[in-house]
Design a protein around this ligand. Structure first.
Ligand code: BG6
Length: 497
């Protein structure tokens, strides 16, 4: 089977996926069930699979092949965006094998090597091996080292590594992890997942302007007043306090997802860029991101924590009442900041970013606000600034806010032009990402330069949080976040959209 790129004229190019072994660490884990099996199944339904594929699922539990197939089947029935088709399910499951594995035992790796090789020879698959670490972050480094020591990564074909976030927990640990991984895999062989980069609307950002001259004439930095990036959620910490109470919104959402959205928004370019150019441009953007000086952090950054409140008429407990949260926790569940990209294009244009749990709605969006030059014009009473609105989640849409005259009173009123995508036909982020990793396409993965520069920008803020050097603002569950975040924009004469 092969990867097909469709255009309005039909099949454009056909890109073959190499035959390969897909080694999945953490095969009975939550991520595998929620995302990885459904993504593989939907890729399979679309014919985006190699001719010969061997998937080896690894875990400590003593499952048989049948148990494993049942787990996958249940995961598809629960989480696949397409219904499971019984006529092809068996053929799909047939490529999956389970191997009982203890990441900390040397014998496990010996056994795994033999197991992989046996399937490779059975199916005549060359030694192309993709290793997916769907495991606790602390296991990534020892597993990678043991893969190397056991010779499993010493292949005649290609090898690739997929790693989930978090990639480190600060600049130092991220550098250490990267040093260790690059002893075994080259940068080109490492695919760091940031699932926001797999979202179709985020992938659209780079090419939104090029084919739309109308948008490129709008997207003119002399006309842009500010850019606002929001990722708000209604969910709370849930059962993840063990991780989240140490990570906070800053590590969980800002260092990765929000800064990637900043890069993808700032990237826009009138010409088609090659993957290498995209990577270089993103790096350049991060290098131009103005560092926040330690004594200025409280001027540009707001941190918050949710308090009890209501969402959809349901009482929601405060963060401090959640199970597993430390009694003296000063963890951030909300983060907002003002950023500047000091390059020719974006100089002087503030980027505001914010994210929070237990907010009034689930919404990931990018708003470009244009200058309102008619604000003081009497003939344009009521006119407000134009907005270009890009919704990423839960809807995918592009909208414009313009001013139209209300004939009854001669005043202007905002009107909205909106295009919403049909979500049913949209691939899941993980489908895009797994398909790309299997093809060896790294554009929509977080490259080391971006990750390192993101941590570098974040590091002084992390330290300020740890030292409690800025206030922790409470905000009610179900609200729009702390008032201090509104003030951050008001200081510049702006407001959040
Ligand atoms: C994850 C975070 O990376 O992204 C979660 O760990 C968060 O805390 C999630 O809820 C949000 O993703 P999405 O796709 O629902 O916006």
């Amino acid at each position: 089977m092969s990867q097909q790129h469709m255009t309005s004229h039909g099949i454009d190019t056909v890109e073959r996926m190499d035959d390969m072994t897909f080694v999945l660490f953490g095969a009975s884990g939550d991520l595998a069930k929620r995302k990885i099996y459904p993504a593989l199944y939907n890729l399979y339904l679309e014919g985006k699979m190699p001719n010969s594929l061997s998937v080896v699922g690894l875990g400590r539990r003593p499952y048989t092949k049948e148990d494993f197939h049942n787990i996958i089947k249940e995961s598809l029935e629960t989480f696949s965006r397409r219904d499971v088709d019984t006529s092809n399910l068996e053929a799909f499951l047939e490529v999956f094998r389970y191997f009982i594995f203890d990441a900390m035992k040397e014998e496990s790796y010996k056994g795994l090597k033999a197991f992989i090789e046996e399937r490779e020879s059975e199916l005549s698959i060359p030694e192309n091996r993709l290793f997916y670490m769907s495991v606790a972050p602390k296991l990534v480094e020892p597993i990678t080292a043991s893969l190397h020591e056991s010779g499993i990564t010493d292949t005649d074909g290609w090898k690739r590594l997929i790693v989930e976030k978090p990639f480190g927990s600060d600049l130092h640990s991220a550098r250490h992890l990267n040093d260790e991984l690059t002893k075994v895999f080259q940068e080109e062989e490492i695919f760091r997942i940031d699932h926001y980069l797999g979202k179709p609307m985020v992938q659209n950002l780079e090419s939104l302007i090029r084919p739309n001259p109308i948008l490129s004439s709008l997207w003119n930095h002399q006309q842009i007043a500010n850019v606002q990036i929001t990722a708000s959620e209604t969910v709370g910490v849930g059962t993840r306090a063990g991780y989240y109470d140490k990570a906070g919104a800053i590590r969980d959402m800002v260092q990765n997802h929000l800064l990637q959205l900043v890069m993808m928004t700032a990237l826009h370019h009138p010409e088609k860029l090659t993957p290498k150019q995209i990577e270089e441009k993103k790096k350049a953007i991060m290098e131009s991101l103005r560092p926040v000086e330690t004594d200025e952090i409280s001027k540009h950054v707001v941190r918050g924590q949710y308090e009890a409140g209501e969402i959809n008429a349901e009482h929601i407990p405060g963060y401090m009442e959640e199970e597993g949260v430390a009694e003296d926790s000063n963890n951030d569940t909300y983060f907002a900041a003002r950023l500047y990209i000091d390059n020719n294009y974006w100089k002087g244009i503030p980027f505001y970013i914010r994210t929070g749990k237990r907010m009034n709605k689930k919404s990931t969006k990018i708003i470009i606000e244009f200058k309102n030059e008619v604000e003081d014009d009497e003939d344009a009473a009521g006119a407000v600034s134009n907005l270009l609105m890009i919704e990423i989640n839960p809807n995918e849409s592009v909208g414009l806010r313009i001013n139209l005259k209300d004939d009854s009173n001669e005043k202007f009123e905002p009107a909205y032009i909106n295009f919403t995508k049909n979500l049913d036909a949209q691939p899941e982020a993980y489908e895009n990402l797994l398909g790309d990793a299997m093809l060896g396409h790294s554009t929509y993965f977080a490259h080391w330069n971006e990750v390192e520069l993101s941590w570098k920008w974040i590091q002084p803020i992390l330290e300020a949080f740890e030292n409690d050097a800025l206030p922790l603002h409470g905000y009610q569950a179900g609200s729009e976040g702390p008032e201090a975040a509104e003030k951050l924009l008001n200081e510049d004469g702006n407001t959040w959209w």
